[in-house]
Design a protein around this ligand. Structure first.
Ligand code: MRU
Length: 359
């Protein structure tokens, strides 16, 4: 099963295993890793072979489906499924799509009598298809917000690579072009893990977009030159009041956008909204290794990845992988259920009751 929605296919279910495009090696090598067990899928999420909130949710669902295929005995299957759920759920803390997908799989498992494997596979496949469909809807809603000739700034990678396909923020970019409008994209490099430079730049280039890469500290300069008509980014978790966690550096861009009167849009499916989370202060923020800050990534002539130390030994380092943009800086949240505006507590609650998916 493939996404058929862009050149880039990050997640491929073969019927008995999950093939994942190894995002650690992009843009230098296009290599797929085959995961045959839930443990292998958990490892792939933990080590960033696959990343991006919706993508890791869908992968966790397939991980559970793999765990359900290990035995025919229903009691052992249930045990395997729950063990896989807790292993996969512990891989990364900020993206709520992970917990959302696991909860959904466990609920379907609990409601199923008899053999579980085929049901779990079907459910994971549905999530995969639904994610692409949601992204296409996000894209269409978002495209309506943009003019006929638009330049946007995006951050990190909220593209096909971060989802089952098509992308959220980059889904808006795709849909805008499909609507016959001209769109140019500035991609911030996204220090320290360089998702913008390595992934967004590559993904958009693959699909023939007009994409320009800048380092994160250049964004103020381009805001001052009135380069951007809008900022569009993805989200890892949106609280019930609209506060939004996304890749570190997003908040900085929201402040800049506000100062320069540029619309700041979040593009995310309803599965990224955590109704149990009242506000941004309650969102857990992943702290990653300091070595990703003290070292830069490089590749030698053979395409081998290596790291170069750029900071003195013994230096104190912090590395929060995400930050929270307060709702007041967000012009709109573009979801698969429509464009939500402030007050977000109300528009979010209404979107869930319209879609009938508040549980
Ligand atoms: O650490 P990552 O690469 O998983 O972070 C990804 C992001 O922050 C994305 O913007 C977010 O998950 C939305 S992806 C559609």
């Amino acid at each position: 099963m493939t996404s058929h929605s862009s050149t880039v296919e990050p997640i491929v279910w073969t019927g008995h295993s999950l093939r994942l495009l190894d995002q650690r090696l992009l843009p230098h090598e296009v290599v797929y890793v085959e995961c045959k067990t839930a443990e292998a899928v958990a490892d792939a999420i933990r080590t960033m072979i696959v990343r991006g909130a919706p993508a890791i949710g869908v992968c966790a669902a397939f991980g559970i489906a793999l765990a359900a295929g290990d035995t025919h005995d229903r009691d052992s299957t249930d045990r395997n499924v729950h063990e896989a759920a807790s292993l996969l759920g512990g891989t990364r803390p900020t993206a709520i799509n992970l917990a959302w997908a696991i909860d959904r799989m466990l609920r379907v498992a609990a409601a199923t009598t008899g053999p579980l494997h085929a049901t779990m596979v079907r459910e994971a496949e549905s999530m995969f298809r639904e994610d692409i469909a949601a992204n296409r809807r996000i894209g269409r809603f978002g495209a309506e917000l943009l003019g006929d000739d638009t330049t946007i700034l995006t951050h990190c990678n909220a593209g096909a690579l971060a989802t089952a396909g098509y992308g959220t923020a980059l889904g808006v970019v795709r849909a805008t072009r499909e609507a016959g409008k001209r769109i140019a994209i500035f991609a911030g490099e996204t220090r320290p893990y360089l998702q913008g430079a390595r992934l967004t730049a590559w993904e958009l280039q693959q699909d023939g977009f007009d994409v320009t890469l800048i380092t994160d500290n250049m964004s103020g300069h381009f805001f001052a030159r009135e380069t951007f008509d809008a900022v569009i980014v993805g989200a890892d978790r949106i609280a019930a009041n609209g506060d939004t966690a996304n890749k570190i550096g997003t908040y900085t861009l929201a402040v800049l956008a506000h100062a320069h009167d540029v619309p700041f849009y979040i593009a995310a499916p309803l599965s990224t909204i955590d109704l149990q989370c009242p506000n941004g202060a309650a969102i857990p923020i992943e702290e990653r290794s300091g070595s990703e800050v003290t070292e830069t990534l490089g590749w030698d002539r053979d395409g081998q990845q290596h790291r170069v130390r750029v900071a003195p030994d013994g230096i104190a380092v912090r590395h929060p992988a995400f930050d929270v943009t307060p709702a007041r800086l967000i012009t709109a949240i573009i979801t698969d259920a429509g464009v939500l505006r402030a007050p977000y507590a109300t528009s979010i609650a209404e979107a869930f009751s319209r879609s009938g998916s508040a549980d």
